[in-house]
Write a protein that binds this ligand. Structure first.
Ligand code: PMP
Length: 307
């Protein structure tokens, strides 16, 4: 992550500001109560030019997250999409990670958020693979976390809200302590949910399974893309509740996400999965996914927005 990126600009409440000037007051509501919703989006640079992956869907999810928390967005979805492209152009960024965020700013400090303004910010920076190059090719070692996803009547996971990531952080910290690249979290009932920042897929006899929306998962945009892609390649895709032991017995498992893209999992809780490295179904999906974003294959689903 390029945190010395002081030459870069950030889009903040309609203005383009210097990296160092994208500041908020320490008594802002978001600092104390985690009142923010955000997105993570990737832009790719291929031979047709730079492009953003499923920009409209990400911004739509941002607005959906905001709606859940009654965060009234002071811009339209189209304006936020345009602002995203503007900040990429302003920074001359091509292949990068984009972080739009809407949060309750400085107003009044109490649990009630309604008297605090809604601030919107978009930052972007260059970024490589999240779980490492080796992880992409061979697979990563993961463990099931003792921390579970929140029950549906506690924190709504369909909102990509900052506060949810306190829960994710506990799982991630535990994974690091145990020497794993990532954690798999179970839902409130004990079924497989997702990674700390990724959705999960399980392959059994060439059928592709993924936890359903009822298992306290984020409705991942990469998850949706992989499901579409897998179906177009002739695979059967099933969304259902998945017990933990199915992970151990699966032929293949992989993560999907904006940051993780398609990352194979080679072991869970010290049990080798399938052939002990990236399996053929994961490889085919990963390869096809990258062929699309690298414009080596037709963008038949209309995922890429060139700018
Ligand atoms: N689950 C969680 C908890 C996440 O943070 C993410 C990353 N946004 C995902 C799943 C994957 O979602 P997407 O494919 O939209 O990035």
């Amino acid at each position: 992550m390029a945190w010395d990126d002081t030459a870069s600009k950030i889009w903040m409440n309609g203005n383009i500001v210097d990296w160092e000037d994208a500041k908020i007051h320490a008594l802002s509501h978001v600092v104390h109560y985690g009142t923010s919703v955000f997105e993570g989006i990737r832009a790719y640079d291929n031979e047709k030019g730079p492009c953003v992956f499923r920009l409209e869907e990400h911004i739509e999810r941002l607005f959906d997250s905001a709606k859940i928390y009654k965060i009234d967005m002071p811009y339209t979805e189209e304006e936020v999409c345009d602002a995203t492209i503007e900040i990429l152009k302003e920074n001359g960024l091509k292949s990068c990670y984009i972080r739009p965020i809407a949060f309750r700013g400085y107003g009044e400090l109490g649990v009630n958020p309604l008297n605090c303004p809604v601030d919107v910010l978009i930052g972007a920076w260059e970024w490589g693979s999240y779980l490492g190059e080796e992880g992409m090719n061979i697979g990563v070692d993961v463990g099931v976390s003792s921390w579970r996803k929140p029950a549906p009547d506690t924190l709504p996971v369909m909102a990509k809200a900052a506060a949810n990531y306190m829960n994710s952080q506990l799982a991630k910290l535990e994974a690091i302590e145990h020497g794993y690249a990532e954690a798999i979290m179970l839902d409130y009932q004990g079924f497989v949910a997702e990674g700390s920042g990724e959705n999960i897929f399980v392959v059994e006899d060439d059928v592709i399974y993924t936890p359903s929306l009822g298992s306290s998962i984020l409705r991942g945009i990469t998850r949706d893309s992989i499901m579409e892609l897998a179906k177009s390649l002739g695979y059967k895709v099933v969304e259902e509740t998945i017990g933990r032991e199915r992970l151990y017995l699966a032929d293949e498992i992989f993560f999907s996400g904006t940051a993780a893209e398609v990352t194979p999992i080679k072991s869970v809780d010290g049990r080798s999965i399938g052939i002990g490295k990236r399996g053929p179904v994961t490889e085919e999906l990963q390869k096809t996914f990258f062929e699309i974003v690298e414009a080596k294959k037709d963008d038949e689903f209309g995922w890429l927005k060139y700018f």
